[in-house]
Ligand binder design. Structure first.
Ligand SMILES: [Zn+2]
Length: 300
């Protein structure tokens, strides 16, 4: 019996951590893995972010590499079950670590990784946010691999006859490092965390005004698929949720400032009832009010 228990332990230690990822088909060319609408914890192990694969013909373009080495490895293996072909590039939509720690796997494959030039200002951390919040098993083999190809303003790729236009937002919207990836042939626009669905967006590193302006620009692309960094809605109206939330937040915070309400009271009293049952309202609403207040108070 004892040797059986030991054998089970031994076999278990040989098996790599698995997320049980399932690719969702968006169009003939685009498949995405959708993360859960949750904060990072030891149950989801960082599977709370989107990662997409675009079939460019003979190669894939990967948009965001996910939260860990294990995640990236599993995602690519699931995609290879659909069609086995190499990866042309990985693009990181911004510097938040749930979107790019999977780079450590793609680097092993020798794939070029593209990201904002702002990555150059990022310091490697002793421990990443992901590392602090998920299990050791899930984080295993994950290292901080930054992009090796940088986008300052814009960059155009041609992959198997498809043009890919990468554009830096170049202003602080969700972060200072946001990239948009437009593939007109496929009517697909990848916008990273400029678009959230199914959960409250995080404004912490952003600017509410620039973010709203960027959402308005995104609508003018008239893309059939607008694919964000969190949430499963990917049609032309996927922007509406984030847009409506930020507009209402801005209105409420601006009128509190006009009424002379101090920041501490604004944080305590500004609620947005129609989002109360939306995932992560409890975790993010107060913080979003605070960030919006600090930005908007300078404008009045
Ligand atoms: Zn983010």
């Amino acid at each position: 019996m004892r040797s059986l228990v030991l054998a089970v332990f031994f076999i278990h230690s040989l098996l790599a951590f698995e997320y049980n990822l399932k690719p969702q088909k968006i169009s003939n060319e685009v498949y995405c893995f959708f993360g859960l609408p949750q904060v990072i914890d030891t149950h989801n192990n960082g599977n709370m972010v989107n990662s997409c694969f675009v079939d460019m013909g003979e190669r894939y373009l990967v948009i965001d590499s996910g939260p860990t080495y294990a995640y990236a490895k599993e995602a690519y293996s699931k995609i290879k079950d659909i069609k086995d072909q190499p990866i042309a590039y990985v693009i990181n939509t911004h510097v938040h670590d749930d979107h790019w720690l999977g780079n450590s796997y793609y680097k092993e494959l020798g794939v070029d990784i593209i990201g904002s030039v702002k990555f150059k200002n990022e310091a490697k951390l002793q421990m990443t946010r992901m590392q602090r919040r998920i299990t050791k098993e899930a984080y295993e083999k994950t290292t901080q691999v930054f992009p090796n190809v940088f986008v300052d303003k814009e960059k155009t790729l041609t992959i198997n006859a498809h043009k890919v236009f990468i554009k830096s937002v170049n202003k602080k919207a969700h972060t200072s490092s946001d990239l948009l990836i437009h593939i007109p042939d496929l009517s697909a626009l990848f916008v990273g965390d400029i678009v959230f669905n199914d959960r409250i967006p995080s404004l912490r590193d952003g600017n509410i005004d620039e973010w709203i302006k960027e959402l308005e620009k995104i609508k003018t692309y008239n893309a059939k698929y607008i694919i964000g960094g969190h949430g499963e809605r990917v049609d032309a109206h996927s922007v509406d949720f984030t847009y409506d939330y930020l507009i209402e937040l801005k209105e409420k915070v601006s009128s509190a400032i006009e009424d002379g309400i101090e920041i501490e009271d604004a944080i305590k009293t500004i609620t947005m009832d129609r989002y109360k049952d939306t995932h992560m309202y409890g975790e993010l609403q107060r913080q979003n009010v605070e960030t919006a207040y600090r930005t908007l108070e300078w404008e009045q």
